[in-house]
Design a protein. Structure first.
Length: 106
């Protein structure tokens, strides 16, 4: 085994870890966006908080955290997901927010 090969292997492993973490971050971001959109839609329709929490957990995964911020005539939902992967110790997280007007009862 040559010295160049011995130095190159850790670099390739580090590059592969970064690539896998980037893919996991992309997937987590899409999951967060889908979950926040569904949660905001449910809240705007007047669904209870328990239903919204179940939707976020179902769509974003068990590790997802969500926050609801009511406003004057609107509701804002933020979902945050820790990014899994080989470099997860870096504390990466995907987050998304959505705000919708609250529907009036018909």
């Amino acid at each position: 085994m040559t010295a160049e090969f011995a130095v190159g292997i850790p670099a390739v492993i580090l590059l592969l870890g970064a690539l896998l973490t980037a893919v996991a971050a992309g997937v987590a971001q899409v999951r967060a966006e889908e979950a926040v959109r569904a949660a905001a839609r449910e809240l705007a329709r007047g669904e209870p908080a328990a239903v919204v929490a179940a939707t976020v957990q179902r769509m974003a995964g068990d590790g997802a955290a969500h926050e609801v911020t009511p406003g004057p005539g609107t509701v804002t939902v933020t979902v945050r997901i820790a990014v899994p992967g080989p470099l997860a110790a870096a504390g990466l997280a995907a987050s998304a927010s959505a705000a919708l007007p609250v529907e009036s009862p018909s």
